[in-house]
Design a protein around this ligand. Structure first.
Ligand SMILES: [Zn+2]
Length: 312
């Protein structure tokens, strides 16, 4: 038992950051032994001399009752002793849910206030108890319990991933226009210049009244109208997370309602020229990370995907 205790103290000493003067043995007096320390001298015929005077723990407090992970706690204590210049001190550290550890603080100078740095402790709630040793068990002084909280290591927030330029294309799906079509000229392409902005989709030019269908299964998010731009338009949220816009539908041709589930191939509306359109066409946009009402989102060139659907 004694051997185990000694081992614990030695291990504990290694953890402790010494504070100047705190552990120094002063004067010519052989000090009283720290409990657990080998008092080797006595075994060799030297009488063990102990310091006179019962030590008093005059004050004890923690510099901070709550510290962050990886911060040292600090004890501010004062021990008075009428005749001795130091006293042996141990600190019992009880962590909730764990075994109590006892650290030796060595011999602390008496009759002055001093700050003792504590070792780095894992996150948790601790109860700390000081023991100040006199020359006999009778003179041992135990301080009241001090509570210390070590806050857990803060987990850095993951930086939001920038949207990937093009998610993998689904292997299935159908072309959104039923009937003869073309992809128009340069002005019909994604990124083509427009007054004040660039073209955010691909135009599919065809005859007025051709059925426009859902390329993928999903749910209808919007059935709406924008007089100066998209005209009658529909937003479909596909089950893979893509949002798709179908613009310039014929007036009153919407075959779906907001919230409605659709399968690939289900009719959405009829090809038209409502809104800002010079002739009948489907204006198609593909937003892999949600339509413009989603934060940090942007559309991608849908032409490769349209061609893929066209070949299915
Ligand atoms: Zn367009």
């Amino acid at each position: 038992m004694r051997r185990i205790f000694l081992f614990t103290l030695l291990a504990a000493c290694a953890l402790l950051t010494p504070v100047a003067g705190a552990a120094a043995s002063t004067g010519g007096t052989t000090p009283d032994p720290v409990p657990g320390e080998s008092s080797g001298g006595a075994g060799y015929g030297t009488p063990l001399v102990t310091l006179p005077g019962k030590p008093q723990l005059v004050s004890q407090r923690l510099a901070n009752k709550t510290i962050n992970y990886n911060q040292h706690g600090a004890l501010v204590i004062r021990i008075n002793r009428s005749k001795g210049a130091n006293a042996a001190v141990t600190l019992a550290i009880a962590r909730s849910g764990a075994k109590t550890k006892t650290l030796s603080l060595g011999r602390l100078a008496t009759n002055r206030t001093q700050t003792i740095q504590l070792p780095i402790l894992a996150a948790g709630s601790y109860r700390l108890t000081l023991n100040v040793y006199g020359s006999s068990a009778r003179e041992t002084v135990r301080g009241g319990v001090l509570s210390l909280v070590v806050k857990p290591k803060s987990v850095p927030k993951p930086t939001p991933k920038p949207p990937t330029p093009s998610p993998p294309a689904p292997s299935s799906g159908v072309f959104p226009v039923r009937g003869a079509y073309t992809f128009g000229g340069a002005g019909a392409r994604f990124g083509a210049g427009r007054t004040g902005h660039t073209h955010e989709g691909q135009d599919v030019v065809g005859d007025s009244g051709l059925p426009i269908v859902a390329p993928l299964a999903g749910e209808i998010r919007y059935v709406d109208y924008q007089a100066s731009g998209a005209g009658r338009y529909i937003i479909l949220r596909a089950d893979n997370g893509w949002d798709m816009m179908f613009a310039h539908c014929q007036y009153a041709s919407a075959a779906v309602k907001v919230g409605q589930r659709v399968k690939a191939g289900d009719r959405l509306c009829l090809l038209g020229s409502t809104g800002d359109a010079t002739g009948p066409h489907l204006h198609f946009e593909l937003w892999p990370h949600g339509w413009r009402d989603s934060p940090g989102t942007s559309p991608i060139d849908p032409l490769p995907q349209l061609k893929k659907w066209a070949s299915n």
